[in-house]
Write a protein that binds this ligand. Structure first.
Ligand SMILES: Cc1ncc(COP(=O)(O)O)c(C=O)c1O
Length: 394
C-alpha cells in the first residue's frame, strides 16, 4: 500500500477476517438469506422499552450546555462509583473512572495508557477476536495463552509461560467470550500471584485488564469476582452494549481498581482525560452520559437467555454435540460435528442458519452460537442442527 501507514495496514490485515465475515453476514441478512442468525451479539427484537425511555428523557436539554463538549462528567461517575461499590464490594472512586465509547473505547484507552510499541499483551485463547487487531495497530503484539483444554478454565501455568520481559498486560475476560466460563476466586488468586511474580522477576509492573462487558449476564445464580478484588494493578473495562443489547449506542467505562496504590492511581488519573482526547475525543457522548444513571438500572431478560441456552443445549447434546454449558455471556461454544467448523457452517447455510465458525477464534474445529437470536429462530434452526449432526458425524 502506498499511502496507508504500516500500523493502519497491520490493523486492517488483522481485522479483515472478522470484518469480512460480518459484512458478508449483513449482506445475506439484507437479502433475506440468513433467517436464523446466531453470529453476532446483535438485537433481533425491538429494543428494551426502558432504554428507549431513558434515551428520550436524556435527549431533553435541561440547560444550555446539555450537549456541550463533555469529558468524564461528575454525576455519571459518582453514580457509577457507588454502583460498582455495591456490585463488586470495592470502594471505587469517581476520579478513577473514564466514560468511553463502549468497552472497545475503554480497551483502546487502557492500551494507549500502558503500552509502548513492541510491548506484549497476553490473551487467553480462545478469546475475543478484536484484542489482537487493536494491538497490532499500536505496534504491539498479542501473545496467546491457551485456556485449559475441555474445561476452558484459566490455565495459570500457560499464562505464566507466556509472560516475557516485554509483557505489560494480561487480559482476563470473565464471563468469557466465546466459552461462557466465569473464573472463580481461587483461579484469579493464582493468576494474581503469577502476575506479581513475573512483575518482580522482570522488574516491570504487569497489569491485568479485566474485560467485563458480560459481568451482569450470568446464569443459575453464578457469582462473579473481579480481578480488581485480587490484584491491585487491575483496570476494569465495561460496556452497556451487552446488558442493554444495544451495541450501536456506545457507552462503557474504564475504572482503576481502588486497591491500586494511591501514587500509581494518581499517575493514571492525571492521564485519563488527555489520553481520551488523544484518542480523538474518546469520551462517551453527552446523551449517553446523561442517560447513564437510568441505564445502570436496566437489563435485558436474562431468564429468557437462560431458557434459550437450555433449549439449544438440551437438543444439541441429545444429537451428540459436545457443548460447553455457559455460566455467563450470551454465547454457546461447542465442537462442530465432524470437527470442521467451516464445513458445518456451509452445511447450515442453505437452511438459512448462520453460526460463527471457530476459525475466527483460531479454533477451526469449534463454533459459536449467539443466544440473542429469537426463540422462533431457535426452533427454525433445530432441524438443521439435527441434520448436520446426522450428516457430518460426531
Ligand atoms: C469480550 C469482549 N470485549 C469487548 C467487547 C466490545 O464491546 P462493545 O462493542 O460493547 O464496546 C466485546 C464485544 O463483542 C467482547 O465480546
Amino acid at each position: 500500500m502506498a499511502f496507508i501507514s504500516r500500523s493502519a495496514a497491520a490493523a486492517a490485515d488483522s481485522f479483515r477476517p472478522v470484518l469480512d465475515f460480518f459484512e458478508a453476514n449483513a449482506r445475506e441478512r439484507a437479502a433475506g438469506g440468513a433467517t436464523a442468525d446466531f453470529t453476532f451479539g446483535n438485537p433481533n427484537e425491538m429494543p428494551l422499552a426502558g432504554l428507549v425511555d431513558a434515551l428520550r428523557d436524556a435527549a431533553v436539554p435541561r440547560d444550555p450546555s446539555w450537549f456541550a463538549y463533555k469529558t468524564n462528567e461528575d454525576e455519571p461517575r459518582e453514580v457509577l462509583a457507588r454502583s460498582l461499590e455495591a456490585e463488586l464490594d470495592l470502594p471505587f472512586e469517581p476520579e478513577d473512572i473514564a466514560l468511553t465509547q463502549g468497552a472497545f473505547g475503554a480497551i483502546a484507552l487502557a492500551f494507549s495508557l500502558l503500552l509502548e510499541p513492541g510491548d506484549e499483551v497476553v490473551i487467553p485463547q480462545p478469546g475475543w477476536f478484536c484484542y489482537a487487531p487493536l494491538l497490532v495497530g499500536r505496534g504491539c503484539r498479542a501473545t496467546a495463552a491457551p485456556l485449559a483444554p475441555g474445561s476452558y478454565d484459566l490455565d495459570v501455568d500457560a499464562i505464566a509461560q507466556a509472560m516475557t520481559p516485554r509483557t505489560r498486560i494480561v487480559v482476563v475476560n470473565s464471563p468469557a467470550n466465546p466459552t461462557g466460563r466465569i473464573y472463580g476466586h481461587t483461579a484469579l488468586g493464582d493468576l494474581a500471584a503469577a502476575v506479581s511474580a513475573a512483575s518482580d522477576r522482570f522488574g516491570r509492573r504487569i497489569f491485568i485488564l479485566s474485560d467485563e462487558p458480560y459481568r451482569r449476564i450470568r446464569y443459575d445464580g453464578a457469582g462473579f469476582v473481579s480481578p480488581a478484588a485480587v490484584y491491585p494493578w487491575t483496570l476494569v473495562d465495561y460496556s452497556y452494549g451487552k446488558i442493554l443489547l444495544a451495541p450501536g449506542q456506545r457507552l462503557g467505562y474504564l475504572a482503576l481498581s481502588p486497591t491500586m496504590p494511591a501514587a500509581d492511581r494518581g499517575e493514571f488519573r492525571g492521564a485519563l482525560v488527555t489520553s481520551q482526547m488523544a484518542l480523538g475525543w474518546g469520551f462517551a457522548d453527552a446523551l449517553m452520559q446523561h442517560a447513564l444513571p437510568r441505564l445502570e438500572t436496566l437489563s435485558i431478560d436474562i431468564d429468557a437467555l437462560a431458557s434459550r441456552r437450555d433449549r439449544l443445549l438440551g437438543a444439541m447434546e441429545h444429537w451428540g454435540y459436545r457443548m460447553v454449558r455457559p455460566e455467563g455471556t450470551f454465547y454457546l461454544w461447542g465442537r462442530a460435528p465432524g470437527g470442521d467448523a467451516e464445513r458445518f457452517a456451509a452445511f447450515l447455510k442453505p437452511h438459512g442458519v448462520r453460526v460463527m465458525p471457530g476459525t475466527v477464534f483460531d479454533c477451526p474445529s469449534d463454533f459459536r452460537l449467539c443466544l440473542t437470536a429469537t426463540d422462533e429462530m431457535v426452533e427454525r434452526a433445530l432441524p438443521a442442527f439435527q441434520a448436520a449432526a446426522e450428516a457430518l458425524g460426531p
